[in-house]
Structure formats: structure tokens, C-alpha cells
Design a protein around this ligand. Structure first.
Ligand code: PLP
Length: 475
């Protein structure tokens, strides 16, 4: 725990920017230091997925990264590093105004990833994934997007590396955020609302759930995978913005820069907090700090994943093998899941509306290294607006989940008098979320917490896997 601050207000900067040459040259693979590895990806018949199984869907180099639990560091290719320099290093900010308003002795730091056109951390992995597709000589990439940040990031990356991009955008976000679609189209992407009638999976979802066409990330993923597999001459691949090990690897740049910036300040966090949709920003932010915990260097650091109460995979889900997508076309990941058929309510943190969770984050939670909390969206928006007024950044609703819990932890410090150091990830900006902010300001926002019955309906879609688990994922 840190000393109570007296002079630090005068000596620590509001924003610390590392130099360009301090951008990490390697991504860090947290799996290498995990005492127990995440369970392997499997095919529906229970067999462990191999490179040959995954290569038709993902670019080759990304499959290598996906399956590698041992190599601690991967060199960032020069072509990616060059693009990182366009918007990195991102600043590590000290939330002095928030600290003062809360009257807390805690020091609150946040890593701000919204300083690029995508408005979020998603560009860190989009550039890497598009680069590898380009390097492999592919013509087309496909993807899903929820809130729109990932689609925007990949549209930027695809434009840079001269790839065609098809984006399936969760329909409720497509309707709530027309400008997001416009940006993607400006960068040259084709954007289709999901569920759509342009894929077999989409048509099936529309026929089976005509009452609920608001969509989900799970359905959009199925559509994007199907589209990738139909690109002529095997020159299409699918790219996913979260969940996968490779994405957590790329996002380690967030944690590595935070680690270095805090080291320059002579600080170390007592608590690290991130919002969790598919787990990529959280996994990346915590990576080097979790390494220190796992290797006994800093065993007492606390980690908190924050998720919406409307889509509570870590706090109420089952730890089981499940499809990454609603159409059940992807391989199976062992993760906390609400069931691939769970359709979350159309809450405003679109990027957190996903039934599953990164296998790395899931394993850390399962093994007791990472706590999880679920919060209500009305509380999230209240925290977002308070933060915006104090710190001037209008946060993405997803990011505001982390803000809320950081504020709560800082308030606890006020009660106990402990001067803890808190680090949270401010993953992006909320300028395209004004429909949501407007609803909140008018008092029209509601909270939806799924009943146990609703969750059971989702769990019922977790598949039986021969020799591994029964249907429902309990045994
Ligand atoms: C701003 C922002 N933060 C967080 C997330 C959640 O994703 P992940 O859990 O992969 O970091 C998203 C996803 O779209 C996002 O757009």
C-alpha cells in the first residue's frame, strides 16, 4: 500500500506520455506465466483444435499466437509498430479532480485508450490482425461489431493494409449509432445490420427469433464467419475483436505501457480494474501486473473485472465449453458463459453484450486471481457523467463500468483512510453513445437484470461435448 499523498499533487503530472521509443516492441503472453493454462480450444466432437482446424477461419500467424501457451513474448512486426506510433503511447492520467471530489486518500490512475479515431483500445488488435492478413496475401476480412468501436478500428486497419472488409453490426447498435456505420463506410467497409438475411445463419436466427431482431455479438460473429468462408479462392478470413487469446496478447500493449509509466512515477497499483465484455482490454491491462502476482513479485494486487448486470457471464455464468457464437459455427472455448443462445437485453454498453468471456480471463477468475462485479447501467451512466464533468473526457458506456467500480473502491478508501493506488482502463470515448446519454438524462433508462429462469434458458444452449461435459455445462 502506498503512503498518504502530500506532495504528489505537485510532482506527478496529470498526464504522463511515454516517449515514442518507449512503445513496447513485444507483446506479452500472460499464458506463459499462468501456473495452470486456460483449457484448450476444442471442436464440437471434443477433439483439441489444431492449427489445421483454425487456419481456414483465421490468418496463419494469428492461429500460431492463439495456440501458443508457452512463448512469453512476441515481437510486434515493424509494420504494426509503425502504425502504433501514429497514436501511441497513450497517456496514463492521474484523476486528480475525481480524487478531490471523492475526498479520497486513494490515488486514481487511468490509462486512456480513446485517443484515436476508433475511439477505443480496439485499434491495438485491429492493426495486428489486418497486418497479418495482408502479409498472408488475403483479399478480404470479415468481422462483427457491437458498439461499433471494433468495426471502426478494423475499418481503419483494413484501409491501411488495402483489404476489403465486411462488418456485421449488431442491429440495435446499427440503429442507435448511425454515425458509427458512417465512419466505417467512410473508411471503405461494407456494413450490414445483424441478424441479416444475407447469410444462412442470419436467416435462421430471424426465422427462429422473429420477436427479437435486436441482435447480439454471438449472432453477428456467426454471420461474419460464414461470410469469410465464402470468399472466393480461400482469400477471406474472419477477425474477432475480443475473447481470443491472440486479442488479449495484442492488448497487452495497454498493460505494458501502464506498467512502464507507473514505474517512472515510482508507483505500483494495489487494485487494477477493467470493464469486461469479451475480456480483451481487461486481459491486456492486467497482463504484466498479473504476471507479478502469479510469480510472487506483488502477490497482493487485487484485480476486478466489471460487467453489466444485464449480461453477467463472470458473476452468474457457468464455467464450461461453449460456442463463441450463437449460430454454433465456431469452435468451443472453455469460459464463463451464459450460453450461446443467451440474448442480452439491448443495453447501451453494446460492447459488453456478449454471452461468453476470454478463456484467459475466465481461468484467472476461476482460479481465484481475479474478482468480478456486476453493475447496473443507470449507476454506470451516473458515474460516467460525474467523471466527464470532473475529468472532461466523455467515456464510452463500456469504459464507465470500470469508472464506477474505481469510484466505489476510492470511496471505500475514504472510509478506511487507506491511500491505495487504483489503476483502471478508460477504454474509449462515448461520443457516439448520445442516444444512451440522452435516455439517461431524460430519466428514461431502465435496468434489466435477467431472472434465474432467463439464465437457465441460456444455459440450456451450452452443448454436450463427448467425454468432456454434458449439455448445460454442469458436469
Ligand atoms: C470502448 C469499449 N470498451 C470495452 C469494450 C469491451 O471489450 P473487451 O472486453 O474485449 O475489452 C468494448 C467493446 O466493444 C468497447 O468498445
Amino acid at each position: 500500500m502506498s503512503d498518504v499523498q502530500t506532495t504528489t499533487h505537485a510532482t506527478e503530472p496529470y498526464r504522463l506520455y511515454l516517449n515514442e521509443d518507449q512503445i513496447p516492441k513485444r507483446w506479452y503472453n500472460l499464458r506463459a506465466d499462468m501456473p495452470e493454462k486456460p483449457d484448450p480450444i476444442r471442436l464440437p466432437n471434443g477433439a483439441v483444435a489444431t492449427h489445421a482446424d483454425l487456419a481456414p477461419v483465421f490468418a496463419d500467424k494469428l492461429v500460431d499466437q492463439e495456440l501458443d501457451d508457452e512463448t512469453p513474448y512476441f515481437d510486434i512486426p515493424a509494420g504494426v509498430l509503425e502504425m502504433y506510433k501514429v497514436y501511441r503511447p497513450s497517456p496514463l492520467c492521474r484523476a486528480y479532480n475525481l480524487e478531490r471530489a471523492l475526498g479520497t486518500p486513494a490515488k486514481i490512475f487511468y490509462k486512456f485508450e480513446g485517443n484515436n479515431t476508433s475511439g477505443s483500445h480496439k485499434l491495438n488488435s485491429a492493426l495486428a490482425q489486418a497486418y497479418y492478413a495482408h502479409e498472408q496475401g488475403l483479399s478480404t476480412i470479415t468481422t462483427e461489431t457491437g458498439a461499433g468501436q471494433w468495426g471502426t478500428a478494423l475499418a481503419e486497419a483494413a484501409a491501411h493494409y488495402h483489404l476489403d472488409l465486411d462488418v456485421f453490426m449488431v442491429r440495435c447498435s446499427y440503429e442507435q449509432k448511425p454515425f458509427r456505420r458512417n465512419i466505417m463506410e467512410t473508411f471503405g467497409a461494407n456494413v450490414t445490420p445483424s441478424p441479416s438475411d444475407s447469410t444462412e445463419v442470419g436467416r435462421r436466427m430471424l426465422a427462429e427469433h422473429p420477436e427479437d431482431a435486436s441482435g447480439s455479438l454471438g449472432t453477428a460473429i456467426s454471420e461474419a464467419v460464414e461470410r469469410a468462408l465464402h470468399v472466393p479462392e480461400n482469400r477471406g478470413r474472419y477477425q474477432l475483436g475480443s475473447v481470443l487469446n491472440q486479442v488479449v496478447l495484442h492488448q497487452s500493449i495497454i498493460g505494458l505501457e501502464s506498467y512502464e509509466a507507473l514505474r517512472e512515477l515510482g508507483e505500483y497499483p494495489d487494485i487494477v480494474i477493467g470493464c469486461a465484455g469479451g475480456g480483451s482490454n481487461l486481459g491486456g491491462l492486467i497482463a504484466p501486473f498479473m504476471r507479478d502476482k502469479l510469480t510472487g513479485v506483488h502477490p497482493d494486487t487485487r484485480f476486478i473485472a466489471v460487467e453489466p448486470a444485464s449480461c453477467p457471464s463472470l458473476t452468474r455464468g457457468r464455467y464450461a465449453y461453449d460456442f463463441a457464437d450463437t449460430g454454433q459455427t465456431c469452435p468451443l472455448c472453455k469460459m464463463y458463459t451464459l450460453g450461446n443462445g443467451f440474448i442480452p437485453s439491448p443495453d447501451h454498453a453494446g460492447g459488453l453484450r456478449y454471452h461468453g468471456m476470454s478463456p484467459i480471463v475466465s481461468k484467472l477468475h476461476h482460479d481465484g486471481y481475479l474478482d468480478a462485479e456486476a453493475v447496473l447501467q443507470t449507476d454506470v451512466f451516473a458515474a460516467a457523467e460525474r467523471f466527464a464533468k470532473l475529468e472532461t473526457i466523455l467515456p464510452a458506456p463500456e469504459s464507465a463500468h470500470a469508472i464506477l467500480v474505481a469510484m466505489r473502491e476510492a470511496e471505500k478508501c475514504r472510509e478506511t483512510g487507506e491511500a491505495k493506488t487504483i489503476l483502471f482502463g478508460l477504454t474509449g470515448t462515448g461520443y457516439f453513445d448520445m442516444v444512451a446519454y440522452d435516455k439517461f438524462n431524460r430519466g428514461e433508462m431502465e435496468d434489466h437484470v435477467p431472472s434465474d429462469e432467463e439464465l437457465e434458458r441460456g444455459f440450456a444452449t451450452i452443448p454436450a461435448v463427448p467425454g468432456i461435459q454434458e449439455a448445460g455445462g454442469l458436469a
